[in-house]
Design a protein around this ligand. Structure first.
Ligand SMILES: [Ca+2]
Length: 159
């Protein structure tokens, strides 16, 4: 039995499966995340996630933000204290005047850790996430900027 469990554990490592997550997604708390380092605009990122039955990442709370940021750093997302080193977040204005909502269904964003002074420009209608002056947070950015992106989906199991 022990050997069989070891075999399963090794198999799941090789197939990229983590508990309750689809292939190539990593578990963080109750969610699964997929990190793509390909730089695309917000609209392309949104569709890439939907094609994986997922949505662009949003943070639920500070714990989710902290643990997920650790995963992104482990996955080589560059956070070089520069607005160009950001990842896309699943929030934008959906054409509304300066009201940021969940792009998935237009609902309220669960948590909005804006960087100081953000959101700051009417020409920036999509949300990204990056590190500025050692602090991580959301920023409004032009939707056609090219950034890596992270997709999320709910984990299927509790463990
Ligand atoms: Ca901004």
């Amino acid at each position: 039995m022990y050997r069989f469990l070891c075999f399963l554990a090794i198999l799941s490592l090789f197939s990229g499966l983590e508990a309750g997550c689809p292939p190539y997604f990593s578990r963080v708390g109750p969610k699964c995340y997929h990190v793509s380092l390909e730089k695309v605009n917000w609209f392309v990122a949104d569709r890439r996630c939907r094609a994986m039955n997922a949505t662009l990442m949003v943070f639920e709370n500070e714990t989710d933000r902290e643990h997920t940021t650790d995963l992104l750093i482990k996955r080589d997302v560059p956070f070089n204290n520069d607005w160009r080193d950001a990842v896309w977040i699943g929030g934008n204005t959906l054409g509304l005047p300066r009201e940021f909502v969940l792009s998935n269904d237009g609902g309220a964003l669960p948590f909005t850790p804006w960087l100081p002074g953000e959101p700051n420009s009417k020409d920036e209608e999509c949300i990204d996430y990056f590190r500025r002056a050692e602090k991580f947070g959301y920023n409004d950015a032009p939707c056609l900027s090219l950034f890596p992106f992270v997709c999320q989906t709910k984990a299927l199991s509790k463990v």
